[in-house]
Design a protein around this ligand. Structure first.
Ligand code: ADP
Ligand code: ZN
Length: 724
């Protein structure tokens, strides 16, 4: 028997199938979807068996498989197919696709240590011998005490004194039993169930099971989407099936996971990026072994090896975190659609601010639209004020408007809580010398360095380059360095100056670097250990704090002014979401949005909480400018160290595309990318806009392989980019 194997070299030229002979002693054990060691190029490499055959036509010498890597780990037929789809739709190698689908500690390359954990228990070897021993040595009191306990139940090895253990062992009285232990272990006996409201129930009833259909659940913030998800999942569990629930950010995973543990106890596994490799490994094997029925997790949880899936749900479906930035550049929503069709089951996309693509599909009845229009219970939609910062500057209010200052005071007096959003981390966004004009810039990238006061470092937010800040200007040696631009770190300082004694906690990438910090901040803020939570967009989604009655957006223009076709959509979603953090209980919420563009249409729609008006206007622009959802986009980057060569090869790529793609397809560029220089390499960009082009994937694959042999440049292709 022979196995068709793809091997771990993630090199484009080796993206093919190799044939190996299956040794006699493995013939019964080996299965399609298993990971194996094979000889390749005088080395031992890992591979995945994608097929097994009896006969081959190959006449060359065929080598043998060395061994199976882990018998517990078999990619199912479904996941093998998902991998093919992933590779095809993002133009990556098959082995890269499978590596992406497996949690990092299982990644074929890295399997060095053994991740399995066991608990060891002591049990009696033979009851008769034990009873005789008690009679024979009545003075060995400590031992007898343990033996008597053991006669009724096993004892964890850790609980027994090591000398006694040794004596019992030497006298042949006991044995040690191993039991697999999982790092995350939920033991929840108090299952909390909630009755759905009338509106929730109506939505609940509209989903049909055992049939593929994508639903868009458009429900305003606080309308109780999570409770409806729970009821649908309960239903599929009762049908004997399983469920995948995707959530965007790490902070949110915890909150939703807690709610799911409350509802389903130990039937839930969680998969997200801040788990340790060991925890991920355990959760993955739990799912593989069929020990859980529900997987809650971030993007890559869409590859969870659940069998017999009954529903897939994507919460906050418009979140950009569902698209992976690096290869393979997949969107979890596309994989979810594939798996739902494969299993013939419903897929639910939920959001208070659906992506334009999804809403457009619902508009055309491709997706079925479900709506939740009311907040649950007493909670009301918050009142939103837009403040013109141009007027405030005249009053010398550079950070806090009069209104925001007044409201902060008021809420503190009432002992209610406040959230402030500023979508920029660090202290100052750049430092310039007022004497000679010198500005600190990243030597590898095309941007200014951000100052972080707590560490006195200047950091590149793209590549991570950092240097210590000097007291004098590095160029003219004068003491005239000035700070510009506001970051969360400085905002924290300023709010403490404004309200002495205020208890403030900051949540951004810098304060949540350590494991568990997200959870800690959220928990402590919820317990009212702080009056005010400030942070970047990390704080905007999904969090449920009943005592928050004021949300302030320090500068709405930071996201609005990003030169990208989705900046309005992203801003609308961000502001609507963060506004939704206010007034989630019986206290009325208020939102203050500070801006230099008070007449901006997007902000007006946020103020009126009018998604429909925003949608219609934005669709009008997208149509006019030929952007999604009217056209599909492909972003192609040609990257290299030499500017001229990069431009030259980009022009050649453009020529190749125009010659081979359909005549209706629009090909723009090459131009310099939004960040021209990144990590010391230049980046040229070509944009493709198309409605329908049956040659596209084939041509892109060819272009991709043409670049294998080009020494100075490489190519990066992003289908359906979220940013260009
Ligand atoms: P969304 O995800 O739509 O923003 P949530 O699911 O967080 O809303 O619900 C908002 C709040 O309302 C939560 O505190 C939740 O526990 C509560 N809630 C939702 N549905 C119900 C219900 N049927 N009965 C009681 N409380 C509910
Ligand atoms: Zn840099």
């Amino acid at each position: 028997m022979y196995a068709k194997v793809i091997i771990e070299y993630p090199v484009k030229s080796l993206n093919k199938i190799f044939i190996y002979k299956i040794p006699k002693d493995l013939e019964l054990e080996i299965k399609i979807g298993m990971k194996v060691y094979v000889p390749f190029n005088h080395k031992e490499v890992f591979g995945i068996v994608i097929d097994i055959t009896k006969e081959i036509t190959n006449e060359f010498e065929i080598k043998e498989i060395i061994r199976i890597e882990n018998k517990e780990l078999v990619l199912s037929k479904e996941l093998l197919d998902v991998g093919k789809y992933l590779a095809d739709s993002t133009l990556c190698n098959l082995i890269t696709a499978y590596q992406t689908m497996l949690p990092s500690s299982l990644k074929i390359k890295k399997q060095t240590s053994n991740y399995d954990l066991y608990d060891e228990y002591i049990v009696i070897k033979d009851i008769k011998i034990a009873q005789e021993y008690i009679k024979k040595y009545p003075n060995r009191k400590k031992q007898i005490l343990i033996i008597e306990k053991l006669l009724s139940d096993k004892i964890n090895k850790k609980e027994i004194n090591s000398n006694i253990l040794k004596a019992l062992k030497e006298n042949g009285l006991i044995e040690i039993e191993k039991e697999k232990r999982y790092r995350i272990n939920i033991n929840n006996k108090n299952i909390i169930k909630k009755e759905l409201t009338e509106e929730q129930l109506k939505v609940y009833d509209q989903v049909e099971f055992n049939k593929y259909q994508t639903y868009l659940l458009y429900g305003i913030t606080g309308s109780g989407k999570t409770e409806v998800y729970i009821k649908w999942i309960e239903k599929v569990i009762n049908m004997g099936k399983t469920a995948i629930m995707l959530v965007p950010e790490i902070g949110l995973t915890t909150q939703i996971a807690i709610r799911f543990y409350e509802a389903f106890g130990s039937d839930v596994a969680i998969l997200h990026s801040s788990l340790s490799p060991g925890e991920r490994y355990d959760e993955y094997l739990k799912i593989m072994a069929g020990k859980v029925k529900i997987v809650v997790g971030t993007r890559s949880a869409i590859f969870a090896p659940l069998k017999n899936i009954g529903i897939i749900i994507i919460d906050e479906e418009d979140s950009n975190s569902y698209k992976q930035d690096n290869t393979p550049k997949y969107h979890a929503r596309d994989i979810a659609i594939y798996r739902s069709q494969y299993n013939n089951i419903p897929l639910v996309l939920g959001s208070a601010t659906p992506s334009l693509e999804s809403f457009a599909r619902a508009f055309k009845n491709v997706y079925k639209l479900l709506k939740l229009t009311k907040r649950v219970g007493e909670a009301k939609i918050p009142k939103i004020h837009i403040v013109n910062m141009e007027e405030e500057i005249k009053k010398r209010n550079t950070i806090f408007s009069d209104l925001l200052q007044e409201k902060i005071k008021e809420k503190l007096l009432k002992q209610e809580q406040i959230i402030l959003l500023l979508n920029r981390r660090g202290f100052a966004t750049f430092i310039t010398c007022s004497n000679c004009g010198y500005t600190y810039k990243c030597p590898n990238c095309d941007i200014t360095l951000t100052y972080h006061k707590s560490t006195n470092n200047l950091i590149c937010h793209y590549c991570g380059y950092q240097i210590k800040k000097a007291n004098r200007c590095p160029k003219c040696q004068e003491e005239s360095l000035n700070y510009y631009g506001l970051g969360t770190e400085k905002l924290e300082e300023k709010i403490k100056e404004l309200s002495p004694g205020i208890r403030v906690v900051r949540m951004d990438q810098d304060t949540t670097r350590n494991k568990g910090m997200h959870e800690k901040i959220i928990k402590e803020f919820k317990e009212h250990k702080y009056d005010l939570l400030l942070g970047t967009q990390m704080i905007s989604k999904g969090l449920d704090f009943p005592k928050v009655s004021l949300v302030g957006v320090i500068n709405a223009d930071t996201t609005l002014n990003i030169p990208d076709y989705r900046s309005s959509e992203n801003t609308f979603a961000l502001l609507n979401q963060v506004a939704g953090r206010a007034g989630r209980s019986d206290i009325l919420g208020e939102v203050i949005i500070q801006t230099y563009n008070p007449d901006n249409f997007c902000l007006k729609c946020v103020k009126e909480n009018n998604y429909n008006a925003f949608y219609l206007q934005e669709m009008f622009f997208r149509k006019k400018l030929k952007y999604p959802p009217y056209y599909y986009l492909v972003s192609i980057k040609i990257i290299g160290k030499d500017y001229e060569k990069t431009l030259e090869n980009a022009k050649k790529a453009k020529y190749y595309l125009s010659k081979n793609l359909s005549k209706e397809t629009i090909i723009l560029g090459p131009t310099t990318a939004a960040i021209l220089k990144y990590k010391n390499e230049y980046r040229m960009q070509i944009i493709i806009k198309y409605k329908y082009d049956d040659k596209l994937i084939k041509v892109l694959k060819e272009l991709d392989s043409l670049f294998i042999s080009i020494k100075d440049n490489y190519i990066d292709i992003d289908l359906n980019p979220l940013q260009i």
